[in-house]
Design a binder for this molecule. Structure first.
Ligand code: GLU
Length: 457
């Protein structure tokens, strides 16, 4: 059987690194099992869902290297949900309720005071046809609840009804259907809550594994019952832990915190985001992984811890630098060419500067410094200026290589008596305009003798 998974965000904002975790868990699971991923937008809430967010999510997924085999929108699939509703109604498993939120709250308090579980008592099932007509005549509209299979003959006497599943992330799970209220599937205004469209689609799309955040664990019991009520075998489930900030706060699409778009725009590499999003909160150490294939090889859903994974946003930057530092020229050649970095010196240049870059795009700054000279005014004292000018008289003849720096600075040391920082810093400032950067031994052959002399203060 081919594995079919889905990533099902509501397009109500930019996805963040926590959503990317869900998308990547699904994608890596599909990769490992030779399956497919369906990109489904849960956009039944038309007021909050926006096409521009769906488009941004598709761009983000493509950038991350996730390749859905199909893209679909719940807003185009209402006929499927309407058919599911008809099926449930005709089986007597979806019943109309007329309580207001206040009435429900009052009843909840009464149940609590009687030490009963604060679940819905199915009072609407007792309404006679006449009572229903009277309520409708008042202009009341019903919301519709799914009758959970948690009783033998009498729906008013529910008894412990365990639903089990072997979670691909958390291992064996049990939920008691008697501990929950019959879920509302359709609101008074006829709009759908998340549960029914999700299950109806998972059936219709042939989803074999539902992999999502562990905030959905308790939904799963009722959803398994709903799969069965609709005549389908439930798929397998996997619930991964959620990411929180260091202070334990959840991430939200609405606040735009650590959005994938934002990380992309700030020059972060997709595999830095993917490495962090997947490996954090697992028994694997968080390391920069260069390709999705390698990440898939390390990915083991069962190695995910059960508690929330706290993460430090600064880690994205650390992983990014580490990835760039080990990138070969072949890997970045095309991107460097787009930045204008090409020609016979490009490879040597890349190997010289990659260890000092925050982003690949930063290479352009160093390319300019190497080719055109410092772009910031070097702050040399009068004395250092004289020292550097004299040092330039000692530049060895070409050809130059990595050893030239040593030969030159040995000669400068012998003549000036300077050493350490007092020797190197003025030379670095004169050559690059900056107090730190790539090894001067690597830069010098790129500057060449003429290029170096052009920087004499
Ligand atoms: N739209 C739901 C969410 O974003 C999907 C949950 C699921 O994967 O079933 O939470």
């Amino acid at each position: 059987m081919t594995t079919i998974v889905r990533f099902a965000p509501s397009p109500t904002g930019m996805i963040h690194i926590g959503n990317a975790r869900t998308a990547l868990f699904n994608w890596l699971f599909a990769m490992k099992t030779g399956g497919q991923l369906i990109q489904r937008f849960d956009d039944t809430d038309v007021a909050r869902s926006k096409q521009e967010y769906a488009d941004a999510i598709l761009t983000d997924l493509e950038w991350l290297g996730i390749k859905p085999s199909a893209i679909d929108y719940q807003s185009k699939r209402f006929a499927i949900y309407d058919a599911a509703v008809a099926k449930l109604k005709s089986a007597g498993l979806l019943y109309p309720c007329y309580e207001t939120a206040d009435e429900l709250e009052r009843r909840r308090k009464i149940r609590l005071s009687r030490r009963l579980p604060p679940v819905y008592g199915r009072e609407a099932l007792k309404l006679t046809a006449d009572e229903i007509s009277a309520l409708e005549a008042e202009g009341r509209k019903p919301h519709w609840r799914f009758l959970l299979p948690n009783f033998a003959d009498d729906p008013f006497a529910p008894s412990r009804t365990e639903v089990h599943w072997d979670d691909v992330v958390r291992g064996p799970q049990t939920v008691d259907l008697a501990s929950m209220s019959d879920p509302v599937l359709v609101r008074e205004d006829g709009t759908y809550l998340y549960t029914l469209p999700s299950v109806a689609d998972d059936i219709e799309m042939g989803i074999t594994h539902i992999i999502r955040g562990d905030d959905h664990v308790t939904n799963t019991g009722a959803q398994i019952a709903l799969f069965r009520a609709l005549g389908a075998e439930p798929p397998a489930f996997g619930h991964h832990n959620l990411l929180t900030t260091a202070s334990g706060e959840g991430l939200s699409k609405r606040t735009g915190a650590l959005s994938i778009t934002g990380l992309r725009e700030s020059g972060i590499e997709p595999m830095a985001v993917a490495s962090l999003a997947v490996l954090i909160g697992t028994s694997e150490s968080v390391q920069p992984v260069a390709t999705m294939e390698e990440l898939a090889a390390r990915f083991d859903p069962a190695a995910t811890s059960k508690s929330a994974a706290k993460f430090d946003p600064a880690e994205v930057g650390t992983l990014n630098r580490a990835l760039i530092h080990q990138m070969s020229f072949a890997e970045v050649q095309a991107r460097l060419a787009e930045l204008g970095i090409e020609g016979p010196q490009a490879e040597e240049f890349w190997l010289a500067v990659r260890g000092n870059l925050e982003t690949v795009a930063d290479a352009a700054t160093w390319w300019r410094i190497v080719r055109e000279g410092p772009d910031t005014a070097e702050s040399l004292s009068e004395e250092d200026r004289g020292f550097v000018a004299e040092a330039f008289d000692l530049l060895p003849p070409e050809p130059w290589d990595r050893g030239t720096w040593r030969i030159w600075t040995d000669a400068v040391k012998a003549q000036s008596g300077r050493k350490g920082k007092t020797l190197f810093m003025p030379l670095r400032l004169a050559l690059t305009g900056r107090p730190s950067g790539p090894e001067l031994a690597d830069l010098l052959p790129l500057l060449g003798r003429a290029g170096t002399l052009g920087r004499r203060p």
